[in-house]
Ligand binder design. Structure first.
Ligand code: S3P
Length: 171
């Protein structure tokens, strides 16, 4: 087994991590894990309810514990939550066993993709476009520091999957 048999898909909300991760996992024959879905299933409630009832720090602690657990596993394609980059220990842990790929998209494209959705508490605090610009700006250095990035703005999901598969094979 290679030391880095996992692939972790990172990136801002609405960059297509789950859609790309599912198909990539099929293509490369690894197990798909969606971090937000695991957190929701274990907590027995939605991310929005976790934020509302327990607060963001509690959500980040659940996320941190899950990173530590998944980083010990093998042969997974992991769609990380957009905020996993906020704690540098998360990337350090994943890097030991995983190839890291960051998906990017323009703020306009992100807005188009998330406009009709209501399940992301950080984008429900007022004007979505402003929230996206503000969060993207504050997180940009963290996403930019990831070794492999794909700009998905003008690509189809299949095109992104093809590029991600190439990176996963030859990191
Ligand atoms: C978050 C992104 C969300 C989810 C939570 C917080 C973030 O995941 O983990 O709402 O801080 O960027 P997606 O990136 O899958 O939407």
């Amino acid at each position: 087994m290679s030391a880095k048999s996992n692939v972790v898909i990172l990136g801002f909300m609405g960059t297509g991590k789950s859609a790309v991760g599912t198909r990539l996992a099929d293509q490369v024959g690894k197990t798909f894990v969606d971090m937000d879905a695991v957190i929701e299933a274990r907590a027995g409630k939605s991310i929005s309810r976790i934020f509302a009832e327990n607060g963001e720090p509690h959500f980040r602690a659940l996320e941190r514990a899950l990173v530590q657990e998944l980083a010990q596993g093998a042969d997974q394609v992991i769609a990380a939550g957009g905020g996993v980059v906020l704690d540098p220990r998360n990337l350090d842990d994943f890097r030991r066993t995983s190839v890291l790929i960051c998906l990017k998209a323009s703020p306009q494209k992100i807005l188009e993709r998330v406009a009709a959705q209501t399940h992301r508490p950080l984008l429900e605090k007022g004007d979505k476009a402003r929230q996206i610009l503000h969060l993207l700006e504050s997180r940009r250095p963290r996403y930019d520091a990831i070794e492999h990035c794909i700009d998905t703005t003008d690509l189809s999901v299949d095109e992104v999957v093809a590029r991600a598969a190439e990176i996963a094979m030859n990191p």
